[in-house]
Structures are given as structure tokens and as C-alpha cells.
Design a protein around this ligand. Structure first.
Ligand SMILES: Nc1ncnc2c1ncn2[C@@H]1O[C@H](COP(=O)(O)OP(=O)(O)OP(=O)(O)O)[C@@H](O)[C@H]1O
Length: 251
């Protein structure tokens, strides 16, 4: 399988604290990889390093063999690494459809520079609607973003990320803050994206049971270090993971 991106000894220290400690991984195209680990393990920091929000103290990141360690987050998005929008990137007083249309429009701008050559307004809207259907939010297209339930906001964020058309999707705890009733719907959305088969997905999750059947591979971070990296079965059977993670800290 083709390696899409790799990290080599990726490390970042905040003052004396090493939040990500010499993490070396490799991710194949169209793989679904989950990142698990207890609070403070370094998962979000690792994402921030991949997306370019943070610069490493040491180590390198390669995308399609190219060293992208020094590229900005915008340059990385242009290359094909997209990170889920935070709720703050959603315009609260625009409708759901308008928010996604803006994301489609920004993608058109990034990829083609001259928007008028790409799509007319109606085409942009049709594309936006496709993404809303993908996340099963089309019935809320006329709703103002501010009026969405929390779970629906997360779906909107995912639709906006999909609209950027990046090959890699970085999803940081998409189920965070959701009620138990909302979780299956978001997992369904993620499953649909995976089944389409044209994206490489990295997903941070706290609770391992949620992502076991979705993941092709799982990496476990603990105190910034890569404790294990393997198939769900390998991770479940890994004794170090069992004692360090599943033992007491889980749940
Ligand atoms: N900008 C920062 N400055 C200083 N310390 C930071 C910074 N960002 C993260 N840290 C520290 O780095 C460590 C890893 O944090 P990080 O948020 O990456 O963990 P996490 O695994 O995502 O945790 P959670 O599951 O709670 O989100 C923590 O000890 C955190 O306090």
C-alpha cells in the first residue's frame, strides 16, 4: 500500500514538558487510523503538528514523500491535509447551507484560484448540498447554524471539512461533548465517509470501544510517546496497552 504520510521522531516540548515525544508513524492512502490515549497524552498536540498549527522542536513530517515540516497550515491544506473546522469557524448567523457553500467556495479558490472559471453560484450550492447529504444534515439546510443542536454542529463542521476536498481528514474527537443519543449518528456519518473509500482519515478518540470496528489501525499515545501502533486486534492484545491504558485509565 502506498504511504501517504509519515512522521519521523516528531517531538514538541513546551518549556520543559515534552508533549509529543519522538513519534514515528506511517499512514497509507485511504487508511482509517485512530489515535487513542488518556487525557494529556498529546493527541491534540500531535494533530496540531500534522496540520501545521504548531512547529515541532524536533523531527519531520512527510506527505507523499515531500518534507512538509516547514509548511504553514494553509499550504498543508492546499497539499491535501484538512483539519476539522472548530465551531468558531462556523458563521452562526448564516444557514447551514450557506456555511457549507462558503467552504466549497474557499476550496474552489484554493484549488483553482479564479472562482469564476470553476463554478457558478448554483453549482456551488448544489455541491454544498451533496456534502450536507453525506453528513445527513440536508433537512437542516435552511436552519441558522446558531440554532443547531451540538451533534448537528459537529456534522456541519464535518461537512465543511469534506467541502475542502482534502485527501486527508483530521478529526479531533468528533463525539466530544455529545449526548449518548447523538453519538451513533456521528459515527454513522464517519462510517459513510470511510465506506466511500477516497479519504485517509485520522481520528482522535478517547473511548476505544467506539472506534474499534471503524479503524484499520490504532495508535496509542501515552505521555507523548507512541505506546503501540497496530490493528485493532493487535492493540486489544497488547499487554503494555492493557496495563497502561485499558487497565485503570480507561473509562
Ligand atoms: N500550547 C501549550 N503550551 C503548554 N503546554 C501545552 C500546550 N498544548 C498542550 N500542552 C500540554 O501538552 C500535553 C498534551 O496535551 P494534549 O492536549 O495534546 O493532550 P490530549 O491527548 O489531546 O488530551 P485530551 O484528551 O485531554 O484532549 C498536556 O500536558 C498539555 O497540558
Amino acid at each position: 500500500m502506498e504511504t501517504l504520510f509519515e512522521t519521523k521522531d516528531l517531538t514538541i516540548a513546551f518549556g520543559g514538558h515534552i508533549a509529543v515525544d519522538h513519534v514515528t508513524i506511517s499512514v497509507s492512502a485511504n487508511q482509517f487510523k485512530s489515535i487513542i490515549g488518556p487525557n494529556g497524552a498529546g493527541k491534540t498536540t500531535f494533530f496540531n503538528l500534522l496540520s501545521g498549527q504548531l512547529s515541532p522542536t524536533e523531527g519531520e513530517i512527510f506527505f507523499r514523500g515531500e518534507n512538509i515540516t516547514k509548511l504553514s497550515s494553509t499550504e498543508r491544506t492546499r497539499k491535501g491535509i484538512g483539519r476539522s473546522f472548530q465551531i468558531t469557524n462556523v458563521f452562526p448567523n448564516l444557514t447551514v447551507l450557506e456555511n457549507v457553500r462558503l467552504a466549497v467556495q474557499s476550496q474552489a479558490g484554493i484549488r483553482y484560484q479564479i472562482l469564476s472559471h470553476f463554478k457558478k453560484y448554483k453549482d456551488l450550492e448544489a455541491k454544498a448540498l451533496e456534502w450536507l447529504e453525506m453528513v445527513m444534515l440536508e433537512d437542516k439546510q435552511e436552519t441558522l447554524a446558531i440554532n443547531l443542536a451540538h451533534g448537528e454542529k459537529r456534522k456541519l463542521e464535518i461537512a465543511m471539512l469534506l467541502a475542502l476536498n482534502t485527501e486527508v481528514l483530521l478529526l479531533d474527537e468528533p463525539t466530544a461533548g455529545m449526548s449518548l443519543e447523538e453519538v451513533p449518528a456521528i459515527l454513522d456519518v464517519i462510517r459513510r465517509i470511510k465506506e466511500k473509500g477516497d479519504r485517509t482519515i485520522l481520528l482522535i478518540e478517547h473511548k476505544m470501544d467506539m472506534i474499534l470496528d471503524l479503524s484499520d489501525s490504532i495508535m496509542v499515545l501515552f505521555n507523548g510517546r507512541l505506546l503501540a501502533d497496530g490493528t485493532p486486534e493487535e492493540i486489544m492484545q497488547n499487554e503494555t496497552v492493557q496495563s497502561a491504558y485499558l487497565g485503570g485509565i480507561h473509562s
